[in-house]
Design a protein around this ligand. Structure first.
Ligand code: UDP
Length: 409
């Protein structure tokens, strides 16, 4: 599907919000921005950049997107760092820091930074700040991880890089750290006009359900996620089994991998073992860009589950809420910004809790419908890409006015 035009968003958001974006864009027109992350596909960061970069260009902000290169061991290290920053206990060795630094050096040798603003996403490329002395750009580190309780050794290592940036961005003030640089807060967001989120016809949804042999006449519980331990896919199966004791339902666990996530195959094997023997558990291995399929699966679900153990934000939750789906999700990280318990969805703390709420929502479709409707409006107000564009534009203006508490627009 072609990239949406900025004017199309005027039909979805409030007119004054749309006008504000156009006014701010006028102020920063011509600025050259470079986004850098670790994967072109898979996971929330790539998802956001795919949509944001063309829209910025349309607004006159000349935006490029580079992806760093790395070996298997490098991405093994950065995944371990990722888990440690989310607070999961992991063992860190000096060799890991060495692998990280060597990959950073290799990328530095190949990359150029002749832009006005460089935005580095997450820890994997954080060491590129070493190029700062040779560039005139303002450097911003954008963190998508819940860093509220990081493992101290990894955070100390990373802070050595982050402290040298001009500014940082976190998804919410809850993740703020003690840093010597300004910290800005920008929510992640979804694009309502993307293939993954656009309205679908019943015909389109049915075609996807047929493709995966799902039965429309029985309740469908779905979790869409990379096969990652922190998404707790085995916990999802256990919750489903508790529901299944009283409700004849089906489970879809759908996901693919990300090129910067080497743990996927291992987790997938464990999930397949846990699901063995139950034809109502559908483990779907999705290729990259399975956006229409994900959209249809979310829309066809009776309940969308996100049983994460840790979560930076959880775009899959945003996607489900936008589709007015009842969501049951763990009360972790950025999910709690999105799911207001008993209002825009149900927050849970355990497998048993998840099973209880799924059962409750399947048995009370009127309540499920109301939650979904409120969820959609919550996303419209806070978590659409237009709000993100606006906040980035404001950030660009703030970067041009360092040290000022008040900027007259
Ligand atoms: N996603 C996808 N294919 C998959 C699994 C996930 O396109 O097989 C998308 C999903 O729809 C969402 C994003 O990747 O847009 C995942 O973002 P989230 O914040 O939920 O989790 P992350 O993977 O970044 O931890």
């Amino acid at each position: 599907m072609a990239q949406s035009k900025i004017s199309e968003y005027a039909k979805i958001i409030r007119p004054q919000n749309f006008d504000e974006i156009m006014m701010l864009a006028e102020r920063v027109k011509g600025k050259r921005v470079k986004m850098v992350n670790a994967t072109a596909v898979g996971g929330g960061v790539a998802e956001i950049l795919t949509r944001v970069v063309p829209l910025f260009n349309e607004l006159g902000v000349k935006t490029k997107w580079d992806v760093i290169k790395g070996s298997g061991p490098f991405f093994g290290v950065t995944k371990t760092f990722h888990n440690a920053l989310h607070g999961a206990p992991v063992e860190i060795t000096p060799e890991m820091y060495k692998i990280f630094n060597e990959a950073t050096e290799a990328n530095l040798a190949e990359m150029t930074f002749d832009d006005d603003v460089v935005i580095i996403h997450d820890p994997q490329p954080a060491g590129l700040i070493a190029a700062r002395e040779k560039s005139k750009a303002k450097w911003v580190w954008r963190c998508h991880i819940d860093t509220s309780h990081p493992q101290p050794d990894v955070w100390t290592f990373l802070k050595g890089f982050v402290g040298r940036y001009d500014a940082s961005i976190f998804s919410t003030p809850w993740f703020a750290r003690d840093l010597p640089i300004p910290q800005y807060f920008i929510y992640p967001a979804i694009d309502p006009l993307a293939e993954k989120n656009r309205e679908l016809s019943a015909h389109e949804i049915d075609a996807v359900l047929r493709k995966y042999q799902l039965d429309r006449s029985r309740p469908l519980i779905t979790q869409i996620s990379r096969f990652d331990h922190l998404k707790d896919p085995v916990g999802v199966i256990e919750a489903y089994r508790l529901v299944k004791k009283t409700i004849n339902c089906q489970l879809v666990l759908a996901g693919g991998g990300a090129s910067d996530d080497p743990e996927g195959t291992q987790v997938l094997n464990r999930v397949q073992e846990a699901a063995a023997g139950d034809p109502d558990i559908h483990i779907l291995l999705l290729p990259p860009f399975a956006d229409l399929e994900i959209n249809a699966l979310q829309r066809a679900s009776t309940v969308v589950l996100q049983k994460s153990l840790r979560e930076g934000f959880g775009l899959t939750v945003t996607e489900a809420l936008w589709k007015a789906k009842p969501v049951v999700a763990s009360a972790v990280g950025g999910i709690t910004l999105q799911v207001i318990h008993n209002f825009t969805g149900m927050l849970v703390h355990s497998i048993e809790g998840a099973a209880y709420q799924i059962r409750y929502l399947i048995n009370n479709p009127q309540i499920a419908k109301k939650l979904g409707e409120y969820g959609r409006e919550h996303v419209r107000e806070k978590f659409l890409i237009t709000r993100k564009l606006r906040n980035y534009l404001l950030l660009f203006i703030a970067l041009d006015n360092p040290g000022k508490d008040v900027i007259q627009l």
